[in-house]
Write a protein that binds this ligand. Structure first.
Ligand SMILES: *Cc1c(COP(=O)(O)O)cnc(C)c1O
Length: 363
């Protein structure tokens, strides 16, 4: 397959160096966007449809028909990965092939077209070629890349859209939860779920996030930072947070994460941590973990750490669990979580050997 060619329309008045440097001091998360964006359109045809009009343009609002199917039926998917500046100035991303594959698994479930891996990788390169000055250099900082695909066709009938757009936008990122890394409090959603059997839980799609917002609000009312969802069909098994997977560290050196059941999103961070755990000589398990096991494990000391993981927040220790009126205080341990975090971030920023070939140079 030939390399995707992008037409390039540079921004005529990009942010000044001084303004950009000011923003990169403390970018927060998802608040500021770079000067450019990437788009590729897809149009259906009898013999399968095709991607066309790949372009890099100044970042700005879209002109979208009010009948665009995404606004009505939520046919959309997204990805999230980061670009890291290495000491020699080069810019790299982490396991983008895994994101490309997941985008296509999500696309299949949402009846959106497949995007060739080459096109996905070329779109990230095109974004970075235009905006490489936006990759911050501060500790823990990166440029968050947000590829996404949505139904752009103006049509209110219910069927997969015949006009689809794939885009990439980018946003400089610091610490996801803001400020110092401190253990987060989690609230168990007993009544509301983000996903169900046969649904879209394993796809990275906006609808799952929409379903998580009310429980997230309830969590916040209880004083928690995040909500944890349970497997509705298997009573008290832990699934994941609204946008992060969960790990348990056992006193005897086991590293356990809930198995993929079709309702859990398969995180790239999750699978990387399973590998890093093995590398560190831990025995890793993917299996059901019930709330009762969590409570009991913390009480007896069998579970020494619980942490959440995902691209945005990397690895974040979970300090306490609120379940109705019950409070499960963790042991407060963060040693393994921090060790894994340091290893992962070390690989990503080019300070630890990339022994699994995970890094991919963009510019
Ligand atoms: C994106 C996402 C994750 C984390 O995936 P990573 O590839 O590690 O960033 C976990 N859960 C949900 C629901 C997600 O959307």
């Amino acid at each position: 397959m030939s390399e995707t060619v992008f037409t390039r329309q540079p921004h005529l008045s990009p942010l000044s160096d001084a303004e950009r440097v000011e923003i990169l001091q403390d970018p927060g998360f998802g608040k500021v966007f770079t000067d450019h964006m990437v788009s590729i359109d897809w149009t259906w045809s009898e013999d399968g449809g095709a991607w066309h009009d790949a372009r890099v343009e100044p970042y700005g609002p879209l002109q979208l028909d009010p009948a665009a199917a995404v606004l009505h039926y939520g046919q959309e998917i997204f990805e999230g990965l980061k670009a890291y500046r290495h000491a020699d100035g080069s810019v790299w991303t982490f396991r983008p092939e895994a994101n490309a594959a997941r985008l296509n698994r999500s696309a299949e479930r949402l009846a959106l077209p497949q995007l060739p891996e080459e096109m996905f990788l070329a779109s990230l390169r095109a974004q970075l070629e235009a905006d490489q000055a936006w990759v911050p250099t501060g500790e823990g900082q990166s440029l968050y890349l947000r590829p996404f695909m949505f139904a752009a066709e103006a049509f209110l009938g219910v069927r997969p859209a015949r006009q689809v757009r794939y885009m990439v936008i980018a946003s400089p990122a610091g610490n996801y939860f803001g400020g110092e890394l401190k253990p987060v409090t989690i609230w168990v959603s007993r009544d509301l779920a983000r996903a169900g059997k046969g649904g879209t839980g394993a796809a990275k799609t906006g609808g799952n996030y929409a379903a998580s917002l009310l429980p997230q609000l309830q969590a916040a009312e209880k004083g928690a930072d995040q909500v944890v969802f349970l497997d509705e069909t298997h009573d008290d098994s832990i699934e994941e947070l609204g946008g992060m997977n969960v790990f348990f560290v056992y006193e005897d050196g086991r590293l356990v994460t809930p198995e993929l059941t079709g309702t859990i999103l398969e995180g790239v961070t999750r699978s990387s941590i399973l590998q890093l755990g093995r590398d560190m000589g831990m025995s890793v398990e993917e299996r059901r973990v019930t709330l009762a096991e969590w409570a009991e494990g913390v009480r007896t000391g069998a579970i020494t750490e619980v942490f959440a993981c995902g691209t945005a927040a990397v690895v974040t220790p979970i300090g306490r669990l609120l379940d109705g009126d019950d409070v499960i205080e963790s042991t407060g341990g963060t040693e393994v979580a921090m060790k894994i975090r340091a290893e992962l971030e070390g690989i990503q920023i080019g300070m630890v050997e990339d022994r699994h070939g995970w890094m991919h140079r963009l510019v």
